[in-house]
Design a protein around this ligand. Structure first.
Ligand code: DGL
Length: 261
């Protein structure tokens, strides 16, 4: 049986990419709700409805687990989804915990970037209140990065200039860790790297999610010996068009390029 991956759009591909390192022999169904992306500026009710619809569709395609490869969707609906389905549902949230736990320099800070939705949701706010005893966590929404990724805009000049503008009021030398708390942002890890000194950690939750998924499947005795096939769906429609499938390939190539650095 295959594993379902869900995101508002193409952000979850960054999680799938890392998962393929840990679980190359699984088969995958990737669902992008491209007709409705981005979710980051929508209301909680709207996001919840969209996510529940998409997960219902995915659950009907013979999947043994679902990864909600989207921090926004997780914060909107993970509890309802877990209550509704008996298969494992793996969610994602900004990697604040590892950032706080591994913090070394007491004078430095942590910058958590995500969608405005994720940043204002109770789930993350409670998490930060529990972990951030020293008040070292700053929050920054970066909505345009989602738009850029959805439009396949990977030009370093354009993205760097947006990030420079958004970060212009921050003293960048103060940061020890930058948390990429939106799966779309991982396409720009290398460009974030150009803004900070080389000892700054730029982290996302992708590897942690992949490891978690592997452990869940091992515990269920449900590992596959498939070929790593991926079928793609956009808002409920299977992608068969060759040109469209090539676009997904481009995203994997973009991630290859970042990882080869
Ligand atoms: N990729 C998503 C996340 O991790 C959401 C992006 C959006 O739809 O605004 O939060």
């Amino acid at each position: 049986m295959q594993i379902g991956f869900f995101d508002s759009g193409i952000g979850g591909i960054t999680v799938l990419y890392d998962t393929l390192n840990f679980l190359p022999n699984e088969d995958y169904l990737y669902y992008a709700d491209t007709l409705n992306a981005p979710y980051g500026h929508k209301t909680k009710d709207d996001v919840k409805k969209l996510v529940l619809n998409a997960i219902e569709f995915i659950s009907q395609q013979k999947v043994k687990a679902i990864v909600i490869a989207c921090n926004t969707a997780t914060s909107a609906a993970i509890e309802e989804i877990r209550a509704k389905y008996s298969i494992p549902i793996i969610g994602m949230e900004p990697a604040v915990k590892p950032a706080v736990k591994t913090k070394k320099n007491i004078n430095k800070r942590i910058l958590v970037t995500a969608t405005a939705f994720t940043l204002r949701e109770e789930r993350l706010q409670n998490h930060i209140t529990k972990l951030d005893n020293e008040h070292v966590v700053d929050l920054l929404p970066l909505p345009k990065l989602v738009q850029f990724a959805e439009g396949f805009e990977f030009s370093e000049r354009i993205v760097l200039s947006y990030l420079q503008e958004q970060l212009s009021i921050y003293d960048l030398s103060k940061y020890e860790t930058i948390v990429l708390g939106c799966t779309h942002f991982s396409y720009y890890k290398d460009i974030f790297g150009k803004l900070f000194s080389s000892d700054v950690n730029i982290i996302d939750g992708n590897n942690g999610t992949a490891k978690n998924l592997k452990k869940v499947l091992e515990d269920m005795n449900s590992l596959n010996e498939g070929n790593g096939n991926i079928s793609f769906y956009c808002s409920g429609v299977k992608v068969e068009d060759k040109a469209k499938l090539k676009e997904f390939d481009k995203l994997f190539k973009r991630l290859d390029a970042i990882n080869e650095m």
